[in-house]
Design a protein. Structure first.
Length: 219
């Protein structure tokens, strides 16, 4: 009816807050921070956007040497389910630190990004860090992962999987250890806390796990 004001309030659209946009690629980036939460039911690994204090600071896993690269760690860091469709595209960047210990140990981490719909994982990109050798003092690594374009529907989630592999020089010579850092507050992880591996700022390392993920902006 002409002249009658509209008293209905329309809903505010759900907005995506990108941490920055790339004017060259036209993509928006969200920085996720990997961390752990622990309660009476166990430990969960999370991709969030707040700089919380992770519990624990890092995750350490161990195995007995057998002279081959062994899978010691297999960690899934998950976002909350998506509330708005978004399409992943471009190149993701991950900063992470890990350390190894054992008889002349060497190790590396395989990083895989998954689309997860609640029942099926679909890899949209993977890369492997440089192999660290000769001790457990290694600086933070930075790797790029080229992504297969993939749309995340409402209810899907984004998963970052880290698989840590370590090898000792002598089979059955002792135990192997690997620690992967995941503390947004960047606290040190060292032997004084009862673990067998170090991740300390004095060695040029960080315990942060930062995941810069690109998405299409205009959707």
């Amino acid at each position: 009816m002409v002249g009658v004001p509209n008293r209905f309030i329309t809903g505010t659209p759900f907005l995506i807050n990108f941490d920055w946009t790339d004017s060259v690629t036209g993509l928006g980036f969200i920085t996720f921070k990997g961390y752990a939460t622990t309660d009476s039911a166990g430990t969960n690994y999370v991709l969030g956007r707040n700089e919380v204090y992770s519990d624990p600071i890092a995750t350490e896993d161990t195995a007995t040497e057998d002279g081959t690269f062994q899978l010691l760690s297999d960690l899934d860091f998950d976002t909350e389910t998506f509330k708005k469709p978004l399409t992943a595209k471009g190149t993701a960047t991950i900063n992470l630190s890990f350390s190894c210990n054992g008889d002349d140990s060497s190790g590396y981490v395989v990083v895989t990004i998954y689309h997860y719909d609640g029942s099926t994982e679909t890899s949209i990109g993977t890369a492997t860090t440089a192999t660290m050798t000769g001790g457990d003092d290694e600086p933070t690594q930075c790797i790029d992962i080229s992504l297969t374009e993939k749309t995340f529907a409402i209810g899907d989630l984004l998963r970052l999987n880290l698989k840590g592999y370590v090898k000792g020089a002598t089979p059955a010579a002792g135990d192997l250890y690997i620690s992967i850092g995941h503390d947004p507050q960047n606290r040190d992880w060292d032997a004084s806390t009862g673990n067998f591996t170090d991740l300390t700022s004095a060695a040029g390392e960080t315990t942060k796990l930062d995941f810069h993920m690109p998405f299409k902006v205009n959707e």
